[in-house]
Write a protein that binds this ligand. Structure first.
Ligand SMILES: NC(=O)c1ccc[n+]([C@@H]2O[C@H](COP(=O)([O-])OP(=O)(O)OC[C@H]3O[C@@H](n4cnc5c(N)ncnc54)[C@H](OP(=O)(O)O)[C@@H]3O)[C@@H](O)[C@H]2O)c1
Length: 280
């Protein structure tokens, strides 16, 4: 690993982005850990100082054009290159489809989809000029199948999958790779910061029972079959250090089982299995 490889990670205040930044820096990448709120940078800065890691923290809100542009410009003025971009920032909007307002859905897309597009478009001209680079998009098992209460979040991750797959053809001739990482249930702050659609919070919502069942289902999965964020970080590291990286990587002990089911079952069988597992 050459020390001068530069990695940029979005959404690094907690969870997968935080662990991925540490993992990349510990493995020789000059790592720009970006976050929208610099007040949350204390922990990563402490570890970087303690372990003498090549980590720099920069402000970057993926929903804000100027913030993305300024961060990328600042990084380029310090390094002159970007070798790896990890599009990780995201959150979960949960709610029955009929209960979702357009504003709630637009905000979800603004972060999970348009944020990823905005950041990637800001970095690509540099990678194209370098004729090298890897864009890692953190999707989800929810990028491969839907579940009740997840229509907004799931559809953002399906969008990430489609974008990534299409981009990969265009970027390959310029030496740029696209990698999609699909975590299962990972123990992070994401479950504490779920935005529940306002109407779905109402006990009189026609969907309140389904919402309750899903909340219990996720609690069970978190307790019994979840993985830690550093497992995802290891998957990202192995993808970006592999000369022949794949388009898709699964990350998490649960996700292999689900995707085996998706591969081997008919849609109807998969639907039945999901209903039995999620909506007991
Ligand atoms: N945990 C899971 O089970 C799981 C499974 C599959 C996929 N994922 C995906 O993994 C990614 C990371 O999630 P996580 O589990 O690590 O959750 P997390 O601990 O909640 O981290 C999410 C990160 O995204 C940041 N973020 C949110 N909106 C942002 C914005 N507008 N601009 C910049 N940063 C923003 C958050 O910053 P703040 O601290 O400022 O809010 C935080 O740093 C997400 O894309 C998520 O969809 C997670």
């Amino acid at each position: 690993m050459k020390a001068e490889k530069v990695a940029v990670v979005t959404g690094t205040s907690t969870g997968i982005g935080y662990e991925t930044s540490l993992m990349l820096a510990r493995n020789g990448f000059l790592t720009y850990a970006t976050m929208r709120n610099l007040n949350k940078s204390e922990n990563i800065n402490l570890i970087a100082t303690k372990e003498k890691l090549p980590i720099h923290v920069k402000q970057l809100d993926v929903t804000n054009d100027a913030s993305v542009k300024n961060a990328v410009q600042a990084i380029l003025s310090e390094t002159g290159r970007i070798d790896v971009l990890v599009n990780n920032a995201g959150y979960v909007l949960s709610g029955a489809f009929e209960d979702l307002t357009m504003d709630e859905i637009k905000a979800q897309y603004e972060t999970n989809v348009f944020g990823l597009i905005r950041t990637t478009q800001a970095v690509l001209p540099t990678m194209r000029q370098q004729r090298s680079g890897i864009v890692v998009n953190i999707s989800s098992a929810a990028g491969r199948f839907g579940y009740p209460s997840g229509s907004a979040y799931v559809s953002t991750k399906f969008a990430v999958e489609g974008l990534s797959e299409s981009m990969s053809y265009e970027l390959e001739p310029f030496g740029i790779k696209v990698v999609v990482v699909e975590p299962g249930v990972i123990r992070t702050n994401i479950f504490n910061s779920v935005v529940v659609a306002k109407k779905s919070q109402d006990p009189n919502s026609p969907y309140s029972q389904i919402m309750q069942k899903m909340a219990t289902g996720f609690e069970d999965m978190l307790k019994n079959t979840s993985s830690s964020a550093d497992l995802v970080a290891k998957v990202v590291l192995s993808a970006v250090t592999n000369e022949n990286s794949n388009l898709r990587y699964l990350a998490g002990k649960d996700v292999e089982t689900w995707l085996d089911g998706k591969r081997n079952m008919s849609d109807e069988e998969f639907y039945k299995m999901m209903k039995q597992n999620l909506m007991r």
